[in-house]
Design a protein around this ligand. Structure first.
Ligand code: ATP
Ligand code: MG
Length: 605
């Protein structure tokens, strides 16, 4: 089944000509100027000495994708992945996969494995030219981070503050008021070293003290008002166990991680713009102190992906999972990478989407239809066509035995599986049979046709697609007036592909599945998870905006070519859209298909 190809990311993730963006321009200019040309690489992350002892770095640039392993990745992360790995690939660099696991709570091996799978599935890897895997855990740098903190204390650039959390908050000031110096701010270096050692040695309770950078309590940028850089937290860490009871704050840890890994361009979302002055303050001091090697990494910000009808916050997505609003992180309605994958999106479609939406600093919402457009584009010439009946009613061809000599006669039919042949190949074919009874869509019959209706009504002729022209003669109904069977006669010598095919003109061809060789299948008709295009913007209660009709399960009949369908194979079900054999529940004797998207964009409607 060639549509299986559509689900494999296989070869490289390289795509055609890239539109430029501000980050590409920055990198091009750095490469022109040779900003990083003489930089050394110690073969693994390390301090200044370690890197200086290495060779000139073969990687022209180093970027990183730094997820916290506290959930599964979502489509917003996919943008960051495509960006960071894509830039490294395009500029002869390397992108590190770094787990930002400096927070002992909420982090889990399950999430680590899930993130590795997701990045691989999207088509990226973290090897450099000599095959070295740049897969790192920030928690392995705790010793170095501690050394950096001690260095700052020794330089009079950090102090242990023992104000209560409330006092600290009150003394921080706000946008209109400067902060107030802590009474602990002018402790001696010796006292600070002692108290920091006490924090480390478990002598202080959670929240009893923090280490703060000593910068300026009156700084207009509140992030520079002596930010906390280490806190006490008596908690077991998934990697370091109980070795530490103090943990670095994100704002302190992240620049150090970048520097330790010799990252050149540290790309993050715009929320971190106000942190950049601290990023630079910290790395400037550590470089001056000889702890990190020059040139130090620089931070650049771009605007995060906001996608209509979608939530991109791990915390909120976890809430949906934990409270069973969805069946799991891989529920096909979830915007997680595992959810998108199970829904049937291909790595190519997601990569193309990320390319298309571009990289800017503007606040914008991207229409979900853009992602679906990329999916259709990818599958248009890959996904085999198939006929299915989603809302079946039986149709009987009452003159079948007369025309073909026996009621059980089956006519072989065929249709192309793809609209165009691939280069050097012939168009693949699907085969199925037409017999006395077929399944048709309930909506394809009308006893009294509405104006302009061209399908089955008494006296009207249509073509059974790929089969014969038939003429409707009426219908059988139950006591409540529901149609139980549509009746028609077959018009002899009108089979598709034969000379007589055009002898009878019809205004419509309808899709159908033979009763004799059709398969029963479960089809999961997915729709948007939320009814509101911006379900969590402006503090909206996203739980009240869940779409009650986001999943409808139907028992359908599908053509026999789908017997060969394997999990993850994608198809175009004629007239309905793109579908995938569910990677979890599909069995050849119990087929399950998920609707990916329709044939046309309906997101705006
Ligand atoms: P969340 O709020 O969902 O937990 P996060 O930013 O806290 O997201 P991390 O695991 O820390 O999650 O993020 C890893 C990387 O992914 C970061 O560099 C972050 O900037 C990026 N990222 C997260 N969400 C988006 C988004 N919507 N668009 C672009 N990049 C994103
Ligand atoms: Mg985070």
């Amino acid at each position: 089944m060639s549509s299986a190809d559509a689900s494999k990311s296989n070869d490289s993730a390289s795509e055609a000509v890239k539109p430029t963006n501000f980050l590409r321009q920055i990198i091009e200019s750095d490469l022109d100027k040779g900003t990083y040309a003489t930089r050394h690489w110690g073969g693994a992350p390390g301090d200044a000495q370690h890197h200086q002892s290495g060779q000139v770095d073969e990687a022209k640039i180093r970027t990183r994708f730094p997820p916290e392993p506290n959930g599964y990745l979502h489509v917003g992360h996919a943008k960051s992945i495509c960006l960071n790995f894509g830039l490294a690939r395009d500029f002869g660099g390397v992108c590190h996969l770094r787990f930002d696991d400096t927070n002992p709570e909420k982090e889990d091996q399950e999430y680590v494995d899930g993130i590795i799978d997701a990045v691989r599935w999207l088509g990226f890897d973290w090897k450099d030219a000599d095959g070295h895997e740049n897969l790192y855990f920030a928690s392995n740098y705790f010793d170095f981070m501690y050394r950096c903190a001690v260095y700052l204390i020794e330089q009079g650039l950090a102090y242990v503050d023992e104000q209560s959390a409330d006092e600290m908050k009150a003394n921080r000031g706000d946008f209109t008021r400067p902060g107030v110096n802590s009474p602990f701010r002018d402790r001696s270096v010796a006292e600070n070293l002692q108290r920091f050692a006490d924090m480390k040695d478990g002598k202080l309770a959670d929240g009893a003290a923090v280490l703060r950078a000593k910068i300026d309590m009156a700084a207009p940028n509140i992030n520079l008002r002596d930010p906390a850089i280490y806190r006490v937290r008596h908690a077991e860490h998934h990697n370091t166990g109980n070795q530490w009871c103090i943990y670095p704050m994100y704002t302190f840890a992240h620049p150090i991680e970048d520097a330790y890994e010799h990252i050149t361009h540290s790309i993050c979302t715009l929320e971190f713009e106000d942190q950049r002055p601290f990023y630079d303050w910290l790395l400037n001091h550590l470089r001056e102190g000889g702890l990190i090697d020059a040139p130090q990494p620089r931070q650049y910000e771009f605007s995060r992906l906001n996608l209509t009808y979608v939530i991109t916050s791990k915390r909120k997505l976890k809430h949906l999972v934990d409270n069973q609003f969805v069946t799991g992180w891989d529920d096909p309605r979830m915007p997680t990478v595992v959810g998108l994958r199970r829904r049937g999106y291909t790595p190519e479609s997601i990569r193309n989407f990320c390319e298309r939406i571009g990289v800017t600093k503007d606040y914008a919402w991207i229409d979900y239809g853009t992602l679906d457009g990329c999916l259709r584009e990818d599958l248009e010439n890959k996904a085999h066509r198939a006929m299915v009946v989603l809302d079946p009613v039986k149709l009987e061809l009452s003159n079948w035995a007369e025309v073909f000599g026996s009621a059980g006669h089956l006519e072989d039919c065929h249709l192309p599986a793809l609209p165009h042949a691939a280069e050097g190949e012939t168009v693949p074919e699907r085969r199925f049979t037409l017999g006395r009874e077929v399944w048709i869509e309930r909506e394809d019959f009308a006893e009294v046709p509405p104006k302009g209706y061209k399908r089955l009504f008494p006296g009207n002729k249509v073509r059974l697609k790929g089969g014969y022209v038939i003429e409707c003669t009426g219908a059988e109904k139950d006591a409540d007036g529901n149609v139980t069977k549509v009746l028609a006669t077959v018009v002899p010598d009108t089979k598709s592909g034969t000379p007589g095919a055009d002898s009878v003109k019809v205004k419509a061809a309808i899709t159908w599945v033979g009763v004799a060789d059709g398969l029963q299948a479960e089809v999961r008709m997915y729709d948007r998870l939320f009814t509101d295009p911006q379900p969590d913007a402006g503090g909206k209660d996203f739980l009240s905006l869940l779409n009650p009709d986001s999943l409808k399960v139907v028992t359908a009949y599908v053509e026999p070519s789908l017997k060969a369908a394997q999990a993850d194979d994608k198809f175009q079900f004629e007239r309905f859209g793109y579908f995938v054999a569910d990677r979890k529940d599909h069995r050849s004797d119990k087929p399950v298909f998920n609707k990916i998207t329709g044939l046309k964009d309906s997101w705006g409607k």
